[in-house]
Design a protein around this ligand. Structure first.
Ligand code: ADP
Length: 166
């Protein structure tokens, strides 16, 4: 069985991420979308909340599993018997860092390769940070995140702004 991992912060999952998930899931028996937990990086959403949002937007994709991990990616892949890491590339600027990561991961786990998928042209500008910035200024989130999570993302940002003002 071929298993691939799509790792990221997903704070929150965007339509750009979802496009990569759909395309990658067609190429493998199983795709694990994994929220990588980094203790120095505090996001807007807790890792458990990010997992829940990804589960909601991938409900229709039977071979997609959603998980979170604080492990090194190469160790996580070994444990899951995954042989491929999937990454989306938005611009040449993404490539340098991603290529370095791919080489390190293969050094640590020689059975682990990385596949790059180019972002769809209309999503090249899209990142989780753009989504958060739009939400902060009450710009409707349709076109940035899936309909089923847009309200919750906005509510989370509203709550964050309220807390930071009190
Ligand atoms: P960000 O916080 O930059 O949105 P993540 O760390 O969650 O991104 O990204 C996880 C992976 O998804 C990375 O490989 C990243 O390059 C890719 N990615 C992020 N946004 C997009 C997009 N709009 N289109 C394609 N791939 C994307």
């Amino acid at each position: 069985m071929s298993t691939a991992i799509y790792p990221g912060s997903f704070d929150p999952v965007t339509l750009g991420h979802l496009d990569i998930i759909k395309r990658a899931s067609r190429q493998f028996d199983k795709l694990i979308v994994c929220v990588m937990v980094n203790s120095d990086k505090h996001g807007l959403f807790k890792p458990e909340e990010r997992v829940e949002l990804i589960r909601r937007v991938t409900r229709q994709l039977p071979n997609v599993e959603v998980d979170m991990s604080a492990e090194l990616l190469s160790d996580y892949a070994k444990r899951k018997r995954a042989t491929m890491v999937v990454k989306g590339l938005r611009a040449v600027s993404d490539f340098e860092k991603e290529c370095q990561m791919a080489l390190i991961n293969r050094k640590l786990n020689p059975n682990l390769d990385t596949m790059f998928l180019p972002a769809r042209q209309n999503f090249t500008y899209l990142s989780s940070s753009v989504v958060k910035e739009m939400a902060r200024y009450q710009v409707p989130l349709n076109g940035f995140v899936s309909r089923e999570i847009a309200e919750d993302v906005q509510a989370k940002m509203d709550e964050f702004i309220k807390k930071s003002q009190s």
